[in-house]
Design a protein around this ligand. Structure first.
Ligand code: ADE
Length: 268
């Protein structure tokens, strides 16, 4: 008879390994950022350099890895790059998922940080330039009206909680809803409200899904570029605020990284 693995002892071993990993200082982080304008201030702040070795990713993908050491911490920052045919930033859940998956496989980080910009709901207290740590994520454009598949589509998840970080840093806290559109259809709006979201972005829940699948803790830091519940968003509003708000994002992510240094996952 074939030997059958003992699932309970495997689970215990995995839990023990995860526990040990949580109590050693964080030595390597992966920052996933969708837009070049959002990434550029962090690349320069942490003095990261673009890795000329493209062999860690499949041939021909536009994904860009910036790497460096900041106060003994290994930082990999990945940006999905420009769409090969249209030349714009590869925003959205598909590129974010792929690049997060490939980067976790390649760099084995202790922690993933998805940093970027988001739309905010004024009715939930958001203002332009505010920076949030997402407390939970969900999708708002995956409608599957069948039992249980509906919940799978929404994919609601608590993010890794960081009570000590929140005590020390001046970050707001709110739920994030993710979808693949910058604008907001009436369907999206209803789903975002049902997700009790303060923020609306195009990557967060996808990055959290992949990190969770690969058992890496993930946190999501989002700065508000536009208020989605007051008037229609124009692309001009978004791009006008993007540069200024990316500076606020840079400052907040630097504080997060400074806080992380020397700490274990369980100290966050
Ligand atoms: N990123 C910045 N603003 C956004 C919005 N309104 N919707 C989705 N992603 C965003």
């Amino acid at each position: 008879q074939e030997a059958v693995a003992n699932p309970s002892s495997e689970t215990e071993e995995a839990a023990a390994a995860a526990g040990a990993a949580n109590t050693k200082p964080i030595s390597s982080i992966l920052i996933v950022i969708a837009m070049h304008t959002e990434a550029a201030p962090l690349v320069s702040k942490f003095e990261l350099v673009e890795d000329p070795d493209k062999s860690l990713f499949p041939n021909g993908v536009p994904w860009v890895r910036y790497r460096g050491k900041y106060k003994d911490l290994d930082i990999n920052l990945v940006w999905p790059g420009k769409d090969p045919s249209l030349g714009v930033d590869s925003v959205g859940t598909v590129s974010a998922s792929l690049v997060t998956y490939a980067s976790i496989q390649a760099f084995n980080p202790d922690l993933v940080i998805n940093a970027g910009t988001a739309g905010g709901f004024k009715a939930k207290g958001a203002s332009i330039g505010d920076v949030y740590l997402a407390s939970a994520v969900a999708f708002h454009d995956r409608r599957i009206p069948c039992p249980v598949f509906d919940l799978y589509g929404i994919g609601a998840k608590q993010t890794f909680s960081c009570p000590n970080m929140l005590k020390e840093l001046n970050l707001k806290v709110g739920n994030l809803s993710t979808g693949d559109s910058l604008d907001m259809s009436p369907h999206d709006e209803a789903a975002i409200l049902a997700n009790d979201a303060t923020l609306k972005d195009m990557e967060g829940a996808a990055v959290a899904y992949v990190a969770d699948l690969l058992s890496v803790p993930a946190i999501i830091v989002k700065a508000v570029t536009d208020l989605v519940d007051i008037g229609n968003l124009t692309s001009q509003d978004f791009f006008q605020n993007l540069v200024v708000v990316s500076a606020a994002l840079n400052q907040a992510v630097t504080q997060v990284v400074d806080f992380i240094i020397g700490k274990c996952i369980s100290d966050l």
